[in-house]
Design a protein around this ligand. Sequence first.
Ligand SMILES: [Zn+2]
Length: 682
Amino acid sequence: MSTARKSGSTRRHFLTRLGALGVASSLPARRLFASASEPSAPESAFTNRAPLAANTFYFLPQGSIRPAGWLKNQLRIQADGLSGHLDETWPDVGPDSGWLGGKGESWERGPYFLDGLVPLAWLLDDARLKSKAQRYLDWTLEHQSPNGIIGPSSNDDWWPRIVMLKVLTQYQEFTGDPRVIPVMDKYFRHQLAELPSRPLRDWSKFRWQDELLSVVWLYNRTGSAYLLNLAQLLRKQGYDWQAQYDDFKYTERITAEFLNLEKGDGLKDLALATHGVNNGQAVKTGPVWSQVSASPADRSAAFKMISALNKYHGLPNGMFSCDEHLAGRDPSQGSELCTVVEYMCSLEHALAITGDPSFGDQLEKLAFNALPGTLTDDMWAHQYNQEPNQVECSLHHRPWTTDGPESNLFGLEPNFGCCTANFNQGWPKFASSLFLLSPANDKAGAAGLVAAAYAPCEVNFVLAGIPVHIVEETSYPFRGNVTFTVNPVSPANFPMQFRIPAWAQGTSISVNGQAIPPPSPGSFARIERQWKPGDRVELSFPMLPRVSRWFNNSIAIERGPLVFSLNIGESWVKLRDRGMTADWQVFPTTPWNYALSINEASVTRSIAVSETKIGEGPFTALHSPVRLMVKARKLNPWRAEDGAAAPPPQSPVTSDEPEETITLVPYAAAKLRITAFPQLKS
Ligand SMILES: [Zn+2]
C-alpha cells in the first residue's frame, strides 16, 4: 500500500544529520499535526492499494519539492500579483464568497482560486497567503452539513465540490490537518448514497475523472471498500471520453450554429463534449480510470486523445485550439487559459501513472510557452484566450468559435471569470510535479526518484531508509545544462531516473564528471548506484534550433522546450481600471507579415543564437535570455482582418521584398506575436 514510510525516529535522525550539514533551518520540525502555518516535512508517499492497479510513478507528498532559482522567483511574481491579492479586489472570491459562508459567488470560483492558492502559499512558505487560504479551508471543514455535503448550501452542484476535494487533498499533504480525511470520507459516503437519485450532470458529468483523483487519494489512505463502488458509479454516470476518441468526429472548427447555442444548448452534451476545458481535463481520463480498471487500453488512452487533438486542432504553442470550443489549426484561433492549466494538470497525472516521458515533453511545452505567454509579466492581468499568431488584442470582431469580444484582452476577467480563479494552479502544480517517485517492485528493485520535468528546485525525501536531499540547479529551459547534487545523509543505494526529451538527440550525462553511455531521446536515463553525499549528476541537452510544421505547411522555430515568436511592437492602451488591476487592449506598432528563409537541411546555419544573462524575469521581453536571428522577407498579401492575422498562406511562398534579419524571442516574451510563419521557397 505505501512505500518508504519511515518512523519518527528516522525523521528525527534526519533532522539531526541535516543540522550537522547546516541545512536544518530550511526544514521545520515534524509534529503529529503541524499547525496550518507550519508545514510538515514529508517522509512517505502513498502508492496504490490493492485492488487498484499499480502506477509506474507516483507524486511525492506535497512539500517534498521546493522551488528554487527562477521558478521560485516566478512563484513570487505570482504571489505578488493577482494570485496573492485576488480576494482583495474581486468580490467573487472576497469576504462574501459562499465558500466563506457569505451570500456571494457559491460555485466554482472559490475552489478554483484555492486550487492554486494553497500550493502557492505552502510552496513559498508564505504566512500571508496561508492565512488567506486557511479561512476558506476552515469554513469548508467546519461547516459540513449533517448529511455530509460540503460547501455553500445555496448550490448543490457536484462540480465545484470536485475542485474543492482536490484542494483538500493538497492541503492535507502540506499540513497533515486531521480534519480533512473524516470530512472527505463523510462526503463521499453521502455522494455514493445520493448519486443514484441525483446523478452527475453537465460539468460534473464531463469532469468526473477529476473527482476520481480524490477518491483514489482517499482509498489509498483508508482502504474503505465503498470508495471503489463510488469510483464505478462516477465512471458509469460520467461521460465516456474514450468512446469519443475511439471514433473522433470533431475534426473541424466547431461553430455556434453546430452547437445550437442560439437555442440555448450550451450545456447539452454536444457543446460540453467539444468544450476546450473539458477536453483538457479529459486527457487524464484513461490513465486515471486505469487505476481502477487495470486495463492497458485505458492506461494508454491519453495517447489517442492527444494525437487527435494535435492532428485536428494542434497549435505550435503546445495547445489545441479552443475558443471556446475546438477550433481547428489556424494559428489565429485561440486557447483558453483554463484549458492550459487543466491540460498541464492532466499531463502531470498521465506522466505519473503511465511513466511515459512524452507527457513530460508536452507538459514543459505548455509550462514554458502557453502559460507565461497569456499572462502579463507581473501576473496582474491575463487573457481568456491566446493565439499563436496574435497581432492585436482588442475589441474588434474576432474569428473565434464561441468566445466573446473581450477574450484576448489582458485584464481581470476578460470574457468570463473562470480563468481569473483557475489560472493560479498552473505554476504551483508544475513545481510539485518536477520529481516523481518510482516505487519499489520486483522489476525495478528499490524505490527511487524520477526527474520528470526540469526547473530549479530542491527535494527532500527518504529512500532506502535514508533521508536524501537533492539540489537541482539549472537555467533550463533557456540553457541545456542541469546539475543535480545528491546528498543522502549516509551512502544509500537507490535508482534515479532522468527524462530525456524526444527532441534531445545527442544528450550527454555524467556522474561525478565521468560520462556514462548516452541515453536515448524519448526515454528515462536510469542510474542506480550507491549515492554518497555530494555526488553530482550533470545533464547536457543539445539546444539546437529546429523547425516544426503547422497549418498550411507553415513553420515554427523551437529550441529545447521553448517555442520562438516574432515580438511585434506593442502599444498598450488601458480600457478601464479594475480595482487593483486594469483591462488592456494591445495594438501592433511594427510589421509582422514576414516569411522566413530557412534551409531545413541546415537549420542551425539558417538561425543565429544569442544568449544573454538570465535575469529576474526570464519570460519577459525585456530580459529574454535567448534570442534567435533569422532571415526573412515581408509577404505583402498576408494581412490582418478585424484585428486577426489571416491564416498563413500555403508554404512555400515567394516574395520580392528585400531580405531582412528579424529577431525571435521566447513565445511568452511576445504578447503580440507571430509564431507560425510562411516559409520562403529556397
Ligand atoms: Zn477559463
